[in-house]
Write a protein that binds this ligand. Sequence first.
Ligand code: 5GP
Length: 114
Amino acid sequence: MSTIFSKIIAREIPSEIVYQDDTVTAFKDIHPSAPVHILIVPNKEIPTVNDVTSDDEAGMGHLFVVAKQIAREQGIAESGYRLIVNCRDDGGQEVYHLHMHLLGGRKLGPMLAR
Ligand code: 5GP
């Protein structure tokens, strides 16, 4: 099932794309939770982490390479940042097209509310 992210990747609906190549698209989150909040998304429609296969290993690794590059471009490589991938209900996943959140630009605090 396609989601809104496939339309963003295909540039059928507007978004602030900061990076795109053959396998990955990165764009600003519409409701940012931090000064820098970018979603790094495989162009392939993989709904959740549960659906990742060994064929996706290179693509998943590429998400990290792109995240590192964008963090540097956004000026947060040295101050630090957080990468989050939510999975299904308990993980708080809203959009069922696997994506990595890149968050930074302020102290993000503890990883989880206790
Ligand atoms: P999730 O909770 O699935 O890990 O995160 C989904 C994220 O996608 C949320 O942070 C939400 O703000 C963002 N989002 C949802 N719809 C859109 C959209 O149409 N455009 C953009 N740029 N971000 C979106």
